[in-house]
Design a protein around this ligand. Sequence first.
Ligand code: NCD
Length: 305
Amino acid sequence: MKRSLIDILDLSVEELDELVAKAQDIMANPAKYAHKCDGKKLATMFYEPSTRTRLSFEAAMYELGGNVLSVASAASSSAAKGESVADTAKMISCYADILAMRHPKEGAPLVAAMNATIPVVNAGDGGHNHPTQTLADLLTIHCEKGRFDHLTIGLCGDLKFGRTVHSLIAAMCRYPGVKFVLISPTELKLPSYVKTEHIKPSGHTYEQTTDLESVMPELDVLYMTRVQKERFFNEEDYLRLKDSYILTPDKLKNAKKDLIIMHPLPRVNEISVAVDNDPRACYFKQALYGKFMREALILKLLEVE
Ligand code: NCD
């Protein structure tokens, strides 16, 4: 049966371990994988802006020897003529072997998966989920911290609309001893469904605060996020909240020596460029790890040995 990836919980913990191991093997032995997808095609259909996710999917497919068909915007596709997601997904199934899809509407990739005859990957659906960013995040945590368990993870910024945060929390809830520190302005707090569906049933503890500096010393991972301008109903609110947190070298003075600083990118103002040279800054590496995880995922969903 064809598998899709719509939600990070579509993958079991064992499957995540396998993907991490596979991505690490791809990193170490790229030549071994250079022809694994010869003759296969990935379609990327992105109805919202993207640099990393789309290009890393495409680079991943090329590195596996496959080819890419790309729809870079809704405006340049038949969506502009009124075609439904379901119909588009059926069409793409005629031309490609796997589809990576980003859409402003929550649930659109699920609708695509229900109608496509090929695997569909959710590359971000509105303010909901972003499971392949979580794959990149997990590989980063594994490579940089050596484990997923017993970590205190600070998530900072727009926890309301930040879909990468929602998927990362769902994934990390499955490992023992994880503590979440939720740092945001009151208006951008984590939606309560993420707490009730994921954090509370896992029995993990969480702390909510508006003050990044006061919690800095306890963090093993600091996951910064951009205030999601495109999800705001009025510009005034965005302008008021956009610079709520700006990470500077000074604010890192009391941080652990082995903290890792992550960010799904793009960064706007929330991490000063002066932090980039700090050895704890992992966000550009994180983008590279994303490509290897997407290679591992493509191999898995296409059932390539
Ligand atoms: C994120 C996204 O699209 O949700 N970007 C990404 O895919 N790396 C984060 C963001 O846009 O802020």
